[in-house]
Design a protein around this ligand. Structure first.
Ligand SMILES: O=C(O)CCC(=O)C(=O)O
Ligand SMILES: [Fe+2]
Length: 200
């Protein structure tokens, strides 16, 4: 995929935003290779959040990587990023070529089973480039992903297959929430990578 043909990729939002579903960008072999490599090398930590002043530890695992050891604030806690690994740089290159945008950081989420998900939110943190693309690459178990319009509550559901790329672009974070619903149907892990541009 090159810069000039992104227009032919489907926008799955009916209005107030652009989110392109690129379908599979990794083949079966690449999916298996990167899934294994990331499981072995990424420093996943249980996600922590401060809710009503209390520190909560979740079963979802997260890891932040980037071009430098920038500090970031996520769920109200400030931490330092890790430097991109060889595999993350290779995946970043694929995602950059497919999406026609560049990224300097990556948030990885590991959902050990279908019991873990992520509640409705939008990625509007202050550090993120406003309206910059967020590219979401999925590995491991296939999971449903949902958007909900902030005002009229319209819902859009999509299955994020292993090896697939979803790119959230202008308007998406302003007008829509997204979530990964928990499910009883999935018992195996999923890794999601969201490539982002952070203003350093
Ligand atoms: O796991 C996913 O597909 C979504 C992750 C997400 O929305 C986020 O990290 O902000
Ligand atoms: Fe998100």
């Amino acid at each position: 995929m090159d810069l000039f043909s992104t227009e032919s990729i489907k926008n799955i939002l009916p209005f107030d935003g652009v989110t392109n579903y690129h379908g599979l960008v990794l083949d079966k072999k690449q999916c298996e290779f990167y899934y294994q490599k990331l499981m072995e090398t990424i420093q996943f930590k249980n996600d922590e959040a401060i809710i009503f002043g209390k520190k909560i530890i979740t079963k979802r695992m997260v890891a932040w990587y980037g071009e430098s050891e920038y500090s970031y604030t996520y769920s109200k806690i400030t931490k330092r990023a890790n430097i991109f690994t060889e595999e993350l740089l290779a995946l970043k290159e694929i995602v950059e070529r497919e999406s026609g945008a560049t990224y300097n950081s990556c948030l990885l989420n590991l959902y050990p089973t279908g019991a873990e998900g992520m509640a409705y939110h939008s990625d509007g943190e202050k550090m993120l480039r406003e309206n910059g693309a967020i590219a979401s690459l999925s590995l491991g178990a296939d999971r449903k992903f949902s958007f909900k319009h902030k005002k009229n509550k319209q819902r859009i559901d999509i299955v994020l297959e292993k090896g697939s790329l979803l790119v959230m672009r202008e308007g998406t974070q302003t007008h829509w929430l997204h979530r990964l619903p928990p499910t009883k149907k999935v018992n195996s892990p999923r890794i999601n990578l969201t490539f982002r541009t952070i203003e350093l």
